[in-house]
Write a protein that binds this ligand. Structure first.
Ligand code: SAM
Length: 302
């Protein structure tokens, strides 16, 4: 690990994980030592309450990914473009629970845009189905793209328009005919609610040209419906080309102390954890295609 901040975070995470096992590490665990401890804790924190078990396992697995990413960061983004992007970003509207918002950090938005750019090569019509991450802005810095963003939240749209992104207030469940098969690529970070996420998928499919590309952010450790949605996408004529694992990072929040109470963990443990641990999602790349053939190896879901 190169940076001092990274070493400090690794030690803080080691101390927090060690605490649950009665250990007091004075140096960070190795990656293997850390993962072994996470496995032990996942096994230990099983209960009759499936929801609390899910929250605990999700917190532990995301902590493990954070630890891995401290040691092996994801590729990119380009540092100069990131500075340019940061310079253009206006203060983000507060996340709305009503619209299932949870934005990724700017480096992740740009990393996602760079992945799209790798596929499109600088040109194309691109639709953002919901864009509280400002991925449309990041993509506009990389090529000559015709970008259209839409979002149900007027505050997000105002924010995007203020930054120069072509955006409009729309509910993706009611798209006008002009969107049909009109885009070479669709980018989305869907809701984790299965019903609403299915609407994201349906809208994306309908808006893509016959060989268009879908960029879909999700992770099975925090969205129990993720695998089902991926299978559904493949069954509906989208071929999975690749998965870029743990590609985007989100800042977590403690929403309730109920998991701590349920497992008899001090409530402050979770508050300390969310200062360092992050939530991650994979980037799935699909191509609209009639023939269903598996996906090429690059990520773990293939
Ligand atoms: C669904 S949220 C991202 C959630 C993130 N994956 C998570 O689970 O924390 C992404 C964007 O979609 C927008 N959005 C949510 N529902 C929508 C809808 N029905 N139509 C259009 N945009 C929507 C949100 O306002 C937000 O900007």
């Amino acid at each position: 690990m190169e940076s001092n901040a990274g070493r400090v975070s690794a030690l803080r995470l080691s101390v927090l994980i060690g605490e649950l096992l009665g250990e007091r590490p004075s140096v960070p665990y190795t990656l293997q030592e850390f993962s072994r401890r996470i496995d032990r804790l996942v096994e230990r924190f099983q209960s009759q309450d499936p929801l609390q078990t899910f929250y605990m396992q999700y917190s532990l697995r995301m902590t493990e990914v954070t630890y891995q990413r401290l040691h092996r960061p994801a590729a990119g983004p380009d540092e100069r473009t990131l500075q340019d992007f940061l310079g253009r970003l206006k203060p983000h509207p507060e996340a709305s629970q009503e619209f299932s918002q949870g934005a990724v950090d700017p480096a992740s938005s740009l990393r996602r845009a760079e992945s799209v750019h790798e596929y499109l090569g600088g040109q194309g019509r691109v639709l953002l189905l919901g864009d509280d991450d400002a991925t449309g802005l990041a993509l506009s810095l990389l090529g000559d793209y015709q970008i259209q963003a839409l979002d149900i939240d007027e505050r997000v749209v105002d924010w995007l328009v203020e930054m120069g992104v072509n955006a409009e207030v729309r509910d993706l469940r009611q798209l006008p005919p002009g969107y049909r098969q009109a885009f070479d690529a669709v980018i989305t970070d869907p809701s984790r609610d299965l019903e609403l996420a299915s609407e994201f998928l349906k809208a994306a499919y309908g808006c893509l040209t016959p060989d268009g590309l879908l960029f879909w952010a999700d992770h099975p450790d925090w969205n129990q419906a993720a695998q089902l949605l991926i299978e559904r996408a493949q069954g509906q004529g989208l071929k999975l080309l690749e998965v870029r694992p743990n590609w985007h990072s989100y800042t977590p929040h403690v929403i309730s102390d109920s998991t701590a109470r349920h497992f008899r963990i001090p409530a402050r443990w979770f508050y300390e954890l969310v200062e360092v641990a992050r939530i991650w999602s994979h980037l799935h790349v699909f191509r609209k295609d009639q023939g269903q053939q598996g996906c090429s190896q690059k990520g773990q879901l293939c």
